[in-house]
Write a protein that binds this ligand. Structure first.
Ligand SMILES: Cc1cc2nc3c(=O)[nH]c(=O)nc-3n(C[C@H](O)[C@H](O)[C@H](O)COP(=O)(O)OP(=O)(O)OC[C@H]3O[C@@H](n4cnc5c(N)ncnc54)[C@H](O)[C@@H]3O)c2cc1C
Length: 282
């Protein structure tokens, strides 16, 4: 059992992990590839104390040396769901389940807008995990919307189960797929249906389907953990980085403004300390 599972390997998550380790807790980081962090795109950072004339990638090299020195494991991939169970949390990470006593969410802030209808059809046609839910669409038609190359293995997996797959990538695809996969360079606009998903409206035409897989690197935290309270698309936290759910803490850009490095690192520390205190109080 993991003491503190940190979701996200940006500055907030790495800071939470270091602080969990210095509190002698067993910590694991679950995060997409490092280059998906907002910081990785910074060409020059001058406002974090002790660092100047440095770019985001160089900062990461230093951060990761710190993580390695403390021998903190990083599992690279996406967390799609966290289920609160009686005394712990079950984390669905790339279709493997990990159990943790507490969670620190450090997933950054949303880069793409939620689709119209996305929220309404979660659980009745909208899914964020192909291998978890693919079987529900055996011999049916699905649409996959993705922003990253890693989603292609899910498209291939779905093409083996489903009747057909319409793939709407927001990046340039160079791979080959089986004949029942059609790549559509359209812009998805709206998910349509009555009780269940029936179609996706795009910039070009309506695509009839039974299910929609949204395989983007960023999933709104409240879609990973049901019941998580949000405020203007950010996780609502108090000064101890506690969310409305006992045992779940949040830090960094995902908790709101200012979307800045020092705030992310500071909140990572607070969230880890709060999580450690939560464990010690049990
Ligand atoms: C171009 C640019 C320049 C910037 N310059 C500065 C600057 O000069 N000074 C400054 O203070 N700030 C700057 N910032 C802001 C700073 O980079 C962010 O505030 C900081 O990176 C926030 O850290 P974070 O850990 O909260 O989020 P992020 O760095 O975004 O990290 C979040 C990580 O979590 C991962 N993740 C998300 N969802 C999941 C999931 N479901 N499963 C697994 N992993 C997941 C993401 O892929 C990402 O790797 C800049 C940002 C940008 C984009």
């Amino acid at each position: 059992m993991i003491d503190i599972a940190v979701i996200g390997s940006g500055p907030a998550g790495l800071s939470a992990a270091i602080n969990a380790r210095v509190r002698n807790k067993n910590v694991v980081i679950f995060g997409n590839k490092i280059d998906t962090s907002a910081l990785f795109r910074a060409k020059k950072v001058d406002n974090h104390l002790g660092f100047f004339d440095i770019n985001g990638k160089e900062m990461f090299d230093i951060f990761l040396r710190h993580i390695q020195k403390f021998e903190i494991p990083i599992k690279t991939g996406r967390v799609t769901q966290i289920l609160p169970l009686k005394d712990f949390f079950a984390i669905n990470f790339e279709n493997e389940i990990f159990n943790a006593k507490t969670i620190v969410l450090a997933v950054g802030s949303k880069k793409s807008k939620k689709l119209d209808g996305e929220e309404k059809f979660i659980g009745s046609g909208v899914s964020y995990c192909a291998t978890c839910d693919g079987m529900f669409y055996k011999n049916k038609s699905v649409v996959v919307i993705a922003d990253n190359l890693e989603a292609e293995s899910d498209v291939k997996f779905l093409s083996e189960i489903c009747k057909d797959v319409k793939y709407i990538p927001s990046y340039q695809v160079n791979s080959n797929f089986s004949q029942n996969v059609e790549i559509l360079n359209f812009k998805p606009k709206k998910i349509l249906g009555d009780k269940n998903v029936e179609a996706v409206e795009t910039s070009e035409k309506e695509i009839p389907c039974n299910g929609v897989f949204i395989l983007q690197e960023f999933i709104l935290p409240s879609n990973i953990i049901f019941g998580l309270e949000m405020q203007n698309n950010f996780v609502k936290i108090d000064r101890a980085c506690k969310t409305n759910l006992s045992g779940i803490f949040a830090a960094g850009d995902c908790s709101g403004w200012p979307l800045q490095l020092s705030k992310a690192i500071g909140e990572g520390q607070i969230a880890a300390q709060s999580a450690a205190r939560f464990i010690d109080s049990k």
